[in-house]
Design a protein around this ligand. Structure first.
Ligand SMILES: [Mg+2]
Length: 415
């Protein structure tokens, strides 16, 4: 490779990191039960011959056991297989821990399923060499802080779709970069059915139109893809395959940053809601600074029980452009004083009227500057030692509340 093309590759950027845990349920069982490590393991919904494996360890996969393999077949393929009953709560607990430690490396933008998450890369995370280092750090952090048997495959790519494709290209413990400059040729080794969203039915339709290879698929025009899919999905695929990132923050500037959380029963008090609200505000403020934005407004809302009556309180206020947690908390407390009392079941906060760094009017008072610097310093310490390493006193007793929630609807292997 010539010097010039080498430096072009090194300067190339990626926008998304997609992480997929390998043989997730089986690996969690091997983590929780060390006697299963190194063994062929099949996870089953119940212990009977009339069911199928919902997950298989890599040792079992070597014998041809897959998700969906019947228990009788699994025993025939691999007589030594250890069948263990699925423990969904355990997998959810591990999921939360994994998301938490990934967030010590980079914020998780989208939790796609119980074993998949996507992170949008920003600033210095984007050059390929830095993204590769970040991916290695995430893998190491999961092994060190959650479990030594947990492996993941990571894809780095110009958009989320291709990052997911990349995460599927090397297993287990994979790390794949899909570079914009090499598209679409770097996809030609894949079959069209390897793309998320091309299921057996869509694949048959492609084959009926004479499309058997990725090269043939990539040769279609935008109009042809749209008509092949019969919807805008085909058009979207055409753009994704070319590396376009429609989720780019700079193209679609963010209008607000907010979080809301359904309160667990023990925090359904005014004090509990206040504490969770403060924690949510912390999270939103970290996100705001990460986006290099300043907020011109803050809103707080609380929903009270009973749900059916739809009792809802909301308050807004405009503020001088701000991004530091202390000032935002002061505003939060002022708004909270107006909140009626009752039995709260949900609380949310939102920062709006966002202004990017380059349009922000510099702080006039040294006190404001100090607060911004302090907030940035706390962010960098938390990025290094875990998101709860440093926080302001008011949120201490609820710091484990409001975790990142799983998109339960998209967990593929749950009924
Ligand atoms: Mg997986």
């Amino acid at each position: 490779m010539g010097e010039m093309s080498k430096s072009v590759l090194e300067n190339e950027s990626v926008n998304w990191l997609f992480l997929d845990l390998n043989s997730y349920f089986a690996s969690v069982e091997q983590e929780a039960r060390p006697e299963l490590r190194g063994q062929p393991v099949g996870v089953v919904p119940m212990v009977t011959d009339n069911t199928v494996c919902i997950a298989a360890s890599y040792e079992a996969k070597a014998y041809g056991v897959r998700t969906g393999t019947g228990v009788k077949d699994a025993k025939r393929l691999c007589p030594a297989i250890q069948l263990v009953e699925a423990r969904h709560e355990l997998y959810v607990q591990y999921h939360h821990r994994i998301v938490e430690v990934v967030e010590t490396c980079i914020p998780v933008t989208i939790v796609a399923s119980i074993d998949e998450m996507a992170c949008q890369l920003m600033g210095r995370e984007r050059p390929v060499c830095n993204a590769l280092q970040l991916a290695a750090k995430i893998k190491r952090t999961i092994r060190e802080r959650v479990g030594s048997t947990l492996r993941c495959s990571i894809g780095l790519a110009p958009n989320r779709f291709l990052a997911k494709v990349g995460s599927d290209m090397q297993k287990p413990d994979g790390l794949t970069v899909i570079r914009l400059s090499q598209l679409p040729a770097n996809l030609y080794s894949l079959k069209p059915a390897a793309l998320p969203g091309i299921g057996p039915r869509m694949n048959r339709r492609l084959e009926q139109r004479g499309i058997f290879t990725m090269e043939q698929l990539c040769a279609l025009s935008e109009v042809q893809m749209r008509s092949l899919w019969g919807s805008v999905v085909g058009k979207r695929f055409w753009h994704w395959l070319r590396g376009e990132d429609s989720e780019e923050v700079s193209i679609e500037p963010q209008k607000s940053v907010g979080h809301q959380h359904v309160l667990p029963p023990d925090l359904r008090t005014m004090q509990g809601a206040n504490g969770v609200g403060q924690k949510l505000l912390h999270k939103a403020a970290v996100r705001l600074r990460r986006l290099r934005m300043w907020a011109g407004g803050l809103s707080v809302h609380v929903r009270f029980t009973p749900w059916r009556e739809g009792k809802f309180w909301e308050a807004h206020t405009r503020i001088a452009e701000c991004q530091d947690t202390i000032s935002l908390l002061e505003t939060f407390h002022k708004l909270w004083k107006k909140c009626p009392t009752g039995k709260p079941v949900m609380v949310g906060v939102s920062l709006y009227d966002l202004v990017p760094d380059n349009l922000h009017t510099a702080a006039l008072f040294p006190e404001e500057q100090k607060r911004s610097q302090l907030s940035r310093a706390i962010d960098s310490i938390n990025a290094k030692y875990g998101s709860n390493a440093l926080y302001l006193g008011g949120v201490h007793y609820v710091r484990d509340a409001a975790p990142t929630r799983i998109a339960f609807s998209s967990i593929p292997e749950f009924d």
